[in-house]
Structure formats: structure tokens, C-alpha cells
Write a protein that binds this ligand. Structure first.
Ligand code: AMP
Length: 213
């Protein structure tokens, strides 16, 4: 099963993508996570990606597409995957379509986690991420057991540079200009499914499971 998660930054698509991955035994692929891992290791790719990410801009398609195609070619993707944060532009979606079509396969579902902008800004201000393992939390909606400490690895939680208020505003306008058109793109292909992302995390996941059944 191949699933794409659509939605504004902070809509909760990462949280849901991880749940889908563990429920259906398929890898969770986040281009944002791949970039962040490269930044942490100071790779040339990481340095280039960081210059865009810190401003809330998209990493250029050429670079992003290469990273994604390498990742989905790996063995663990044979039975499918859930993509979180890719595609973010129409050309990225077209490259993915071509890549899966080469193997006579297709994307099964594009799930749009719908959340209005006002809620997004509110949510992003409470978002925290682990400095070490990248796990994400929310001070109100998904707090760690111990304040500012990662449940998964015990490291400190911080506000990611790209979650800072100015950057969030940029990311939202980039989302509306470049990524939101993908909703129509997948609607036209007949695989778009929509869920109300303002509901409780568990309820959203139930809605998603009903779609993937
Ligand atoms: P995310 O963790 O998915 O919110 O991504 C964080 C940042 O990484 C984004 O704001 C972009 O700068 C960059 N990024 C992640 N995925 C992509 C993509 N598919 N295309 C372009 N930039 C991306």
C-alpha cells in the first residue's frame, strides 16, 4: 500500500503517518527527517537544505526528488510506504508517479489532513522536537511525560528553527502557493481522501483507518 499524506505544516500529518506505518507495517518516509538527519551530520546535502529550511522555503525539487527516489528504491519499500512531506510541488508528484508507473504500480491514497490556518499557527507555537531523535510533541495536545524531556530517548526538547513564528508564516504561504494545488491533482486522479485534522489525534487516526480498510 502506497499512501501520501497531504496537509499544511503542523496539520498533524507526521503524527498520523507514523501511526499508519506501525499499523500497516510499512516504512514512514519523511523528506524533512531525511534533511534534518543530514543537517545533523553536516553533510553537503544537509548544508544546502538548511539554507532553505531555516527560511521556511522549499528545498529545490532537483535535490528533493533525488533523495526521495533513492529512499523508495530501498528493499523495505517493496510492500509500500507512507510519504510524509513529499510531494510538496506538482513536479515532485509527477516524478513520483513516473517512478511508480515504471514498476506498473500506483499510489493508492492521498490523504489530506485538513486544518484551517488559524489552528495551524496556534498549534505550531506549542510544537517541540527532540534535539537527538527528532520525535515531536506538543505542549498541549501531545505533551511528553516529563516537561521538555523526550519520552523516547530522554534528551532535551526544543523549538525547531522552522517552527519559529516568522518561519511558520512563510511556510504557510509557501504551502498555499506550491503544495495546496496537489489536492486538486490527486482529486483528479480519483485517489484523494479528506480527513478533518482539527479532531482529536485518535479520532483522526480512526477516520484514516476507515479509509485504508
Ligand atoms: P517537514 O518536516 O516535512 O515539515 O519539512 C521541513 C522542511 O524541510 C520544509 O519546510 C522544507 O524546507 C523542507 N522539505 C521537506 N520536504 C520537502 C519537499 N518534499 N520539498 C521541498 N522541501 C521539503
Amino acid at each position: 500500500m502506497k499512501v501520501i499524506m497531504l496537509g499544511a505544516p503542523g496539520a498533524g500529518k507526521g503524527t498520523q503517518a507514523k501511526r499508519i506505518a506501525s499499523e500497516y507495517g510499512i516504512p514512514h518516509i519523511s523528506t524533512g527527517d531525511i534533511f534534518r538527519a543530514n543537517i545533523k551530520e553536516n553533510t553537503p546535502l544537509g548544508m544546502e537544505a538548511k539554507s532553505y529550511m531555516d527560511k521556511g522555503q522549499l528545498v529545490p525539487d532537483e535535490l528533493t526528488v533525488r533523495i526521495l527516489l533513492d529512499r523508495v528504491a530501498k528493499d523495505d519499500c517493496k510492500n509500500g510506504y507512507v510519504l510524509d512531506g513529499y510531494p510538496r510541488t506538482i513536479p515532485q508528484a509527477e516524478v513520483l508517479d513516473e517512478a511508480v508507473a515504471k514498476f506498473n504500480e500506483k499510489i493508492d491514497y492521498a490523504i489530506n489532513v485538513d486544518v484551517p490556518d488559524e489552528n495551524i499557527i496556534n498549534r505550531m507555537s506549542g510544537r517541540r522536537a527532540c534535539v537527538k531523535c527528532g520525535a515531536t510533541y506538543h505542549v498541549k495536545y501531545m505533551p511528553p511525560v516529563k516537561e521538555n524531556v523526550c519520552d523516547a530517548c530522554g534528551s532535551e526538547l526544543i523549538i525547531r528553527d522552522d517552527d519559529k513564528p516568522e518561519t511558520v508564516k512563510n511556510r504557510l504561504s509557501v504551502y498555499h502557493e506550491q503544495t495546496a494545488p496537489l489536492i486538486e491533482y490527486y482529486r483528479n486522479k480519483g485517489i484523494l481522501k479528506e480527513v478533518d485534522g482539527t479532531k482529536d489525534i485518535d479520532v483522526v487516526f480512526e477516520d484514516i483507518k476507515n479509509i485504508l480498510k
